[in-house]
Design a binder for this molecule. Structure first.
Ligand SMILES: NC(=O)C1=CN([C@@H]2O[C@H](COP(=O)(O)OP(=O)(O)OC[C@H]3O[C@@H](n4cnc5c(N)ncnc54)[C@H](O)[C@@H]3O)[C@@H](O)[C@H]2O)[C@@H](O)CC1
Length: 481
């Protein structure tokens, strides 16, 4: 798992680690790693370093000294010349850095104004410099976190903040580097996920605040699905998932949800719906069994019509786990007696919580946790960085996929896949986060860097799942579009 920690936990861990090291060793490690990560700045090129008053500025000043040794030229802009890391400034100046009044035409920039000591929102010169970055667009690397974002809340301020092309972070990820909307300021389009410099912090860190499934986590499948270890497993021990999806208006949703369910871990897919739709589903997918019968989990709601409420009530009567999606989300009871995964997008979550969609998009972490608390179940909030929250569990963020996945029907495939994982033995937290991971990776596998259809995502799922199981998926950066 890739993990992120809160500022308080990072500070406590750093204190504990630093206690056993010579003074200044942590900053030396951070600065060395930072300088190594700046290998794209060629010798002879000018790097502008925006230096803040704290240790974040100190990291950059020591890194600048390394870069000067490599032949890079360094201009320093000091946010407050009276508050600057003294030893760092001395090292950078001794190595040949020049202090300048403000940014000009530099094509490379290092944002070291504020790190984890940041308050959200920039004002004064810091705001002007962030506007210079936005206007001039030098290639900008943020040190630890982009200055001005809310580090733990992963939100963006109403006032200015830095938009970086990439971020180099120390010791562990911070929430703002993984979760929307702040993750967008850390280098969304370019490197997608911040580069992590190992400073020896891991043994001192507590449980994470956020975690993300990585390609190397294929062992989760064997740990989650007992039947994978049993040579005698059969279709019923793998689990049966029931699908109540689609309607005359959205017949395609039935097919797509079924196609997602067929590519998961369950041994059998049942479809319940009106006779005409059932006939069409079985015509397209002869593996599907139409009609009611025993299932281990239900998926209710994708493309459902006016009968979504009745379908949900019927599924609840069955007393098994369920995925509730789309229009069925409008018919939620106050609480559940069975394991439940709700899969809203921001608009649907806004309706559930009676807030505006832009409020959910501005603070997705807060709202997904609120819904998970209110319904005491797992909530998967779909988006460019899908979140999965369950009371008592570490919230997961999904890092696979691309904006091409924002296509009609892809949510139906996701719901079907999640239902299949639920029926096959996963709890809703694992089912939701594994489904989001596989679904995102499958979309990239289907057509890296280009458009995908929901059907193509479903077709790419079996190969993606097999590669994940076998540890063949490589790096998570490979599975972002
Ligand atoms: N603590 C440690 O042992 C280590 C810290 N490291 C670096 O140290 C950083 C944290 O350093 P600091 O605690 O000095 O904090 P910062 O360098 O983030 O800055 C803190 C100062 O900036 C001010 N400030 C923050 N946000 C502001 C805003 N929006 N507008 C105006 N002023 C603002 C604060 O009041 C404070 O005085 C980390 O992010 C990391 O880069 C690394 O060197 C690794 C080791």
């Amino acid at each position: 798992m890739l993990t992120a920690h809160t500022v308080a936990d990072v500070r406590a861990a750093e204190e504990s680690l630093a206690a056993g090291l010579p003074a200044g060793e942590l900053m030396r490690r951070a600065a060395r790693g930072l300088a190594d990560a700046l290998d794209h700045v060629p010798a002879g090129e000018v790097l502008l370093v925006l230096v803040g008053p704290g240790n974040n500025g100190g990291d950059a000043l020591f890194a600048a000294a390394h870069l000067l040794d490599r032949g890079v030229r360094v201009d320093l802009c000091l946010l407050d010349p009276h508050r600057v890391h003294g030893d760092g400034l001395a090292a950078a100046v001794l190595a040949g850095a020049q202090i300048v009044d403000g940014p000009s035409q530099q094509r490379h920039c290092l944002d070291a104004m504020f790190g984890i000591g940041a308050r959200s929102g920039l004002v004064g010169r810091a705001a002007e410099w962030s506007e210079w970055i936005a206007g001039t667009r030098p290639r900008t690397v943020a040190v630890d976190v982009p200055s001005g974002v809310d580090v733990d809340g992963a939100t963006l301020p109403a006032t200015a903040h830095v938009m970086a092309d990439a971020t180099v972070t120390f010791g562990t990820y911070k929430n703002c580097l993984l979760v929307s909307p702040a993750a967008g300021a850390a280098g969304w389009a370019d490197t997608a996920i911040a580069r992590l410099v190992d400073i020896g912090l891991a043994p001192h860190l507590p449980a994470p605040s956020i975690e993300a499934i990585e390609p190397s986590d294929g062992h989760l499948l064997v740990e989650t699905f007992d039947w994978l270890r049993a040579p005698t497993s059969h279709k019923y021990s793998r689990g049966v998932v029931g699908i109540a999806a689609g309607s005359s208006q959205y017949a395609g949703a039935a097919h797509l949800c079924v196609s997602g369910a067929l590519t998961g871990m369950a041994g059998m897919v049942r479809f319940v719906g009106d006779p005409e739709l059932s006939r069409r589903v079985v015509d397209r997918a002869p593996e599907v069994v139409a009609g009611t019968g025993r299932v281990q989990a239900w998926v209710v709601g994708p493309g459902s019509g006016d009968d979504a409420g009745d379908q949900l009530a019927t599924a609840l009567d069955d007393g098994v786990a369920l995925v509730v999606d789309a229009s069925a989300l409008q018919h939620l009871p106050d609480s559940f007696d069975v394991p439940v995964l709700l899969t809203p997008h921001a608009g649907e979550l806004a309706e559930m919580l009676d807030v505006r969609r832009d409020e959910v998009e501005a603070e997705p972490l807060v709202h997904v946790a609120e819904a998970a608390r209110r319904w005491r179940c797992t909530v998967l909030l779909k988006g460019s960085r899908t979140l999965v929250a369950t009371p008592g569990r570490t919230t997961r963020v999904n890092l696979t996929g691309s904006p091409w996945l924002g296509t009609a029907g892809s949510g139906d495939v996701l719901a079907g896949l999640a239902g299949s994982l639920l029926a096959s033995g996963a709890d809703p937290h694992d089912a939701g986060s594994l489904a989001a991971f596989l679904h995102g990776a499958a979309s990239v596998r289907a057509n890296r860097g280009g458009p995908v259809t929901a059907s193509a995502v479903a077709e790419a799922l079996p190969g993606t799942l097999a590669a994940f199981h076998d540890g063949q998926l490589g790096d998570v950066r490979d599975w972002r579009g």
